[in-house]
Design a protein around this ligand. Structure first.
Ligand SMILES: [Zn+2]
Length: 220
């Protein structure tokens, strides 16, 4: 069956924003998205719930600026430590620098993520270290962190409370204190889906308005 002949998802599953995205976002075979590609796309929309998507293009609730302040403060700390620690420079560690990321994200490269993590998100500010050299890995990681950006925009000041409560709840349910945190489960589900289907649009490309939610659960 050619992509053109493939059945389209039911009209009720797809809104105008989805169709606009499908018109400009290339699928692997080129041309119109096949029904399989629509399924993969709708799976992504299922993972990035409507309550999160409505914060795409928004700065977030007022409380998110608390985390931004922490992220910016840590960027200053990273630069100061780099200056006073010759060992970092000898080891070839670059100085921290800030870049504008997609949808209002502030990326601090060679920043100060929580040790053991490739990235840590503070509100709209994302600290990355080390920066992955593989562009696809870097893209997937950025999407993971962007899910946390949306979570923080939506939940504002209580984000950290829910994050820590999530860790505690995970332990109580016999799950891992990090992998079982609902915020992380959502971010890693998105990460895995994008890694499995690299053609999929970045999360910040999704239409924020959910005028027609998918009728069936497709993932994971
Ligand atoms: Zn995470």
């Amino acid at each position: 069956m050619s992509p053109e002949a493939a059945p389209r998802p039911a009209a009720a599953e797809v809104g105008a924003g989805d169709r606009a995205l499908a018109a400009r976002w290339r699928a692997p075979g080129g041309g119109a998205w096949s029904s399989r590609e629509w399924e993969e796309y709708l799976a992504l929309k299922q993972l990035v719930t409507a309550s999160l998507r409505r914060w795409i293009g928004q700065r977030g609730r007022p409380g998110v600026f608390l985390y931004d302040a922490v992220g910016r403060g840590l960027a200053v700390v990273a630069r100061l430590v780099w200056r006073v620690r010759p060992s970092w420079r000898r080891a070839g560690r670059p100085a921290a620098r800030a870049e504008q990321g997609p949808d209002g994200m502030r990326l601090v490269l060679a920043g100060l993520p929580i040790p053991g993590n490739a990235g840590t998100t503070y509100g709209n500010t994302v600290h990355l270290w080390p920066a992955p050299e593989d562009p696809e890995r870097a893209r997937v990681l950025l999407n993971h962190e962007y899910v946390h950006v949306l979570q923080a925009r939506r939940d504002g000041a209580v984000f950290i409370v829910r994050y820590l409560a999530g860790a505690w709840g995970a332990r109580r349910r016999g799950k891992h204190y990090y992998w079982g945190i609902p915020y992380e489960v959502q971010a890693y589900d998105v990460e895995r889906l994008l890694a499995a289907h690299p053609w999929l649009p970045d999360v910040w490309e999704l239409p924020p308005a959910d005028d027609a939610p998918p009728a069936t659960r497709l993932a994971p």
